[in-house]
Design a protein around this ligand. Sequence first.
Ligand SMILES: [Zn+2]
Length: 368
Amino acid sequence: MSGSDIRIFLVSLLLLIIISISGCTTKTQEENLSQIQQEPFQPVQEQTQPQQNIAPQAAQWKKQSVACNGDFFDTHAHFDGLENTGEVFGHGNAYVSLTPKELAQRMSEHKVSCGILFVSSMDLNKDYDSMRESMQGINAGFLPFINVFGSSRGDLSLDVIKNAHNGREEAFFGIGEYGFYTGPLTGTSLTADPWPAIFEYAAEKDLVLMLHPTQLQANEIDTMLSKYPNTKVVLHGYELLSTPTLLENLLRNHKNLYWTYDLATMFDGYLYRTQNSEEFILWYDANKQQYLRSARSKLLPLLEAAPDRVMWGTDLVAAWHVEPAVYNRLMEFSNELVDSLPAEHQDNFAYANAVRTFGSTGIKFEKL
Ligand SMILES: [Zn+2]
């Protein structure tokens, strides 16, 4: 080879090396690209893994049915203790929540076989195990209701309720209690969003809707009950009793309306206005006779208006409400009130109307 031939050879060799290196580089980039394109699929594979883990966990719990055949059926009790945010919806944060286990213990001692339980939670996806744990090994049946709000608290929507209900249909009998007297619902309308969608969903899924309106919503109840005749609505609260005949007329006109007459309402709120068992017992022992008379006189016209849709309840929420000395008095009062009613109303008010409205079984959970 001449000198120029060698130069040409060397240049060609160099070019070949450059081309093959850049070829390699291209291939490596392609490999990298294909790895990048695969990456979005990896989280999906990762998601499948925990789901496979969740299934056996869920199977560790078994729902059990409890027959509601006692002397009473409590149509109104709260469980706010699932929420670990230090704030409790509807009741300020003045109370330490009762536990379903303690409540069930008292219930079984007093032949209260079943109870509706409003379960407050920010996120049932997170809290469901805790709910099942708290309803395990008990001697009473509960009928849990979904009492959730959105993450920003004022954010009640149908989606928030659906998200709590989906996949947990076995555990829930209703939606509520949603109170308009406090928190994000204060001053809002019952005919505006999200209520029309929630009324429809409740009817479609056979969930009972439990509301505590104020006088502001009282005029809207009629509209909503007429518009959604297949939605079962249970109301409670002193506000509706303060306008004479309002509630009686609503009960007469709407067969889808039910009323819980609970002890907190019967006691003009003294179950909440007293701060502990000592205070309550002092108040109760001094006022029992007077309140037996007033509760009976408010209850009778309601039972006459809707003999099969007016039901006994407690509105218990605080741990001290289920101390034996308090619960004994609540049931002493309830038994005397029921005994003072005309015979045809006694069983209906104490439990039979509730059984007809909500069914004859509550639930509890057992760990497998
Ligand atoms: Zn309540």
